[in-house]
Design a protein. Structure first.
Length: 272
């Protein structure tokens, strides 16, 4: 494992008996480790859940001088180092969206740490330098919107089609209110450092995968349904679960079904 080049801000919290099998949860952009608390509570009889605040989210800050060219990989290595010191044995891994992209790299580059991994509404990144540069420019525009008018950004963010089913969910107002409590300055740095444009592409690494993976997407999130179908064609030991009547935030929109799918996957020898 490559040591991080700098101190990466991460906060680990656990839910459940530490003697039980562990599950590491990584949240999406705008979120925090506490997003996973309702899932962790449902798993508590059988698992110890480790909830992480990723850089720039929840109770973590983010270095003002961080290098966009290396920070994504450094964050992955810092998570691996933190898990290695706190876990003591193999655990499972779950990541959503931004956290799913980070989780996928964790599983591919540190396979000895994980029994299985569940990647929710996420991708292996963009294949070409041109695509990544265009995405960085797009993310920079979003970062400036956050800096100018954070409340307006939150409203526009959830107006995206991939969140249409979440907006109709009874929990949406609670989730939106929680997002408005975030630090705009930290989020802009996180977007610039951990956005898809700054993510090293993983497509060429996926054929060498050694960790059983389950890709989970909502059937109404058409972009990520297509990405999921492409991923399973190139990634051994992987399966795809398309959850009906859900969009991008599967784990929020149908939490009970999501937990059932987690348990089923964790308890099988191979992905379905």
């Amino acid at each position: 494992m490559t040591a991080p080049h700098r101190d990466i801000p991460l906060r680990f919290a656990s839910v459940g008996d530490p003697s039980k099998p562990k599950v590491l949860f990584l949240h999406g952009f705008l979120g925090s480790g506490s997003d996973w608390l309702p899932v962790a509570q449902r798993l508590e009889p059988d698992y110890c859940s480790i909830l992480v605040d990723l850089p720039g989210h929840g109770e973590t800050g983010i270095p003002a001088d961080a290098d966009p060219g290396t920070f994504f990989s450094e964050t992955v290595d810092a998570l691996a180092a933190g898990l290695g010191s706190s876990s003591g044995k193999h655990c499972s891994l779950v990541g959503y969206s931004m956290g799913g992209r980070i989780a996928l790299m964790l599983a591919l580059r540190h396979p000895s740490l994980f029994r299985k991994a569940v990647i929710v509404s996420a991708s292996p990144g963009l294949r070409t330098p041109e695509e990544r540069e265009n995405r960085r420019k797009s993310d920079e525009g979003i970062a400036r919107k956050i800096e100018r008018n954070f409340d307006g950004f939150i409203e526009a963010w959830y107006d995206q089609p991939l969140f249409s089913t979440l907006k109709a969910h009874p929990l949406f107002r609670e989730i939106e209110a929680k997002r408005r409590q975030s630090s705009p300055a930290n989020l802009t740095r996180a977007l610039r450092l951990l956005g898809t444009g700054s993510q090293p592409p993983l497509w060429d690494e996926m054929p060498s995968n050694r960790t059983p993976l389950l890709f989970v997407v909502g059937e109404k999130d058409l972009k990520f349904v297509e990405i999921g179908r492409r991923m399973v064609t190139v990634c051994p030991l992987s399966g795809l679960e398309i959850v009906p009547e859900c969009g991008h935030t599967v784990h929020l929109e149908n939490r009970e079904l999501f937990v059932d799918r987690l348990k089923a996957f964790f308890n099988t020898h191979q992905p379905t």
